[in-house]
Design a protein around this ligand. Structure first.
Ligand SMILES: Cc1cc2nc3c(=O)[nH]c(=O)nc-3n(C[C@H](O)[C@H](O)[C@H](O)COP(=O)(O)OP(=O)(O)OC[C@H]3O[C@@H](n4cnc5c(N)ncnc54)[C@H](O)[C@@H]3O)c2cc1C
Length: 415
């Protein structure tokens, strides 16, 4: 379909996934009713295509949508299993379906225009932004909020991926402990370069999401993910005869110190992973997306520009670059790194740190709990490479690869 007259709006949301859904809900929640809004995405997102796990204070906005939440989580290594009490925080599981449903309701109430086509070109003249869509339309927007997936602006000093496969397992009899989640279980065989762990998010004593995750430079094969997940299921002592795989979840999330510019031009604001909301050292993104959606909505409700604070403080991005480097160059073992963090700090402090919410004094305590010599080496290496980066031509970043999706029709059955 083509339309020669541009569609004039105040806000154009390019991409209608996680970040945009949270933003629509926030605009609705904050009573923003004076904005003409367009959403441009070739896909209308619905149903369960991902499960968000995150931590935070219990809250009246999100809690009604949660599938589960836990006050206690486990972190396991070959040496020990540690049960962490997260009070006053909680770890929570939110499936995408309720988030997309809430966004669809908000979209109706905000009288937003939906364009089911890709956004192709974006031209910002400083007062308006012209967006050309794949179906030949033009949207003229006061502001563009862009969450289309994209590689970072240039290659990072460390380029890892968080890549994973999860099975939603239904058991014939009670086998899961619904009172606590397994946050990270490092008893999985460790890859030659990178870190692996499993985790378990139970919604009842018979139903849980069990995942195998790697932080490493390269993806596995389809068979590789199935083998790793089968191995983790066995490590948990789960009897495959009494289990059915109800759903499979695959994903790839960037873990890199490469820059994701959040304000590429005056009237374009990037949100979500494209805007730097993914924490490089963990891949966690949800809390930053939620925070920024709230900030944008509050700003608009107050008649200000829809520009959120950076997803994480600059010093956190620097600490993440150092940590990623130490893990990548082999100076620090992943299980040992996370084990020491949780061993030497209250869990609540570590989680706030990972969300960018700690004070400098708390960060010194966190840094002191890592092994000093490799971290100093990584700090020096990072500093030297920053200088080299300034002197050499910019290297393009590799594209973030799509997830490896199982080839067998339907979910694989445990053998
Ligand atoms: C399976 C999975 C599980 C995850 N689990 C967690 C978790 O537990 N905790 C956590 O913190 N983070 C998690 N993440 C990371 C992150 O929270 C999600 O990736 C989140 O969906 C990112 O939101 P987003 O809006 O940046 O990207 P997306 O949700 O991927 O949305 C991007 C949108 O852009 C659209 N698009 C693409 N091209 C165009 C175009 N040309 N024009 C217009 N639109 C376009 C896409 O169709 C899509 O709808 C997970 C990611 C995945 C993939």
């Amino acid at each position: 379909m083509t339309d020669s007259a541009p569609l004039d709006v105040d806000l154009a949301l390019l991409g209608g996934g996680g970040a945009a859904s949270l933003l629509l809900a926030a605009l609705d929640r904050h009573g923003v009713r004076d904005q003409r809004i367009a959403i441009v995405d070739p896909v209308r997102r619905r149903g369960q295509d991902r499960t968000w796990a995150f931590w935070g204070h219990p809250d009246t906005d999100l809690d009604p949508l949660l599938s589960a939440s836990w006050q206690q989580v486990e972190v396991a290594t070959a040496a020990r299993r540690r049960v962490l009490d997260l009070t006053p925080l909680r770890y929570a599981m939110l499936r995408s379906g309720p988030v997309y449903d809430r966004a669809a309701d908000a979209e109706r109430r905000l009288h937003a225009t939906r364009i089911v086509a890709p956004a192709d070109t974006v031209r910002d003249d400083g007062t308006r932004v012209l967006v050309r869509t794949g179906d030949g339309r033009t949207v003229r927007a006061g502001w563009v909020l862009d969450s289309r997936p994209r590689p970072p602006a240039r290659a990072g000093r460390t380029t890892w991926l968080q890549h994973f496969r999860g099975w939603w397992l239904e058991a014939d009899r009670p086998v899961f402990d619904p009172t606590r989640a397994v946050l990270m279980d490092f008893r999985t065989p460790q890859p030659p370069r990178g870190v692996s762990f499993g985790y378990v998010l139970p919604v009842s004593d018979r139903y849980a999401l069990v995942e195998y995750t790697e932080f490493s430079p390269d993806l596995l094969t389809d068979a590789g993910y199935d083998a790793a997940l089968t191995g983790y299921r066995d490590l948990l002592g789960l009897d495959p005869a009494g289990l059915r795989v109800r759903e499979v979840e695959n994903g790839v999330i960037p873990m890199t110190d490469a820059p994701f510019p959040a304000r590429p031009t005056p009237r374009v604001v990037r949100l979500g992973t494209a805007g730097g909301a993914t924490r490089p050292s963990t891949g966690f993104t949800f809390s930053a997306m939620y925070r920024q959606a709230d900030q944008v909505a509050r700003a608009l409700a107050a008649g200000r520009a829809p520009v959120p604070a950076p997803a994480y403080p600059r010093r956190h991005r620097w600490m993440d670059a150092v940590a990623l480097r130490a893990l990548d160059r082999g100076g620090v073992g992943g299980p040992e790194f996370f084990d020491r963090l949780f061993d030497r700090n209250p869990a609540e402090r570590v989680l706030r740190f990972l969300d960018g919410g700690t004070t400098p004094a708390e960060e010194v305590a966190i840094m002191n709990s890592t092994r000093l010599v490799p971290m100093i080496a990584a700090t020096a290496g990072d500093a030297a490479e920053r200088v080299r980066d300034r002197l050499r031509p910019t290297r393009p970043a590799p594209a973030i690869p799509p997830a490896v999706v199982g080839t067998a029709p339907g979910a694989p059955r445990p053998t």
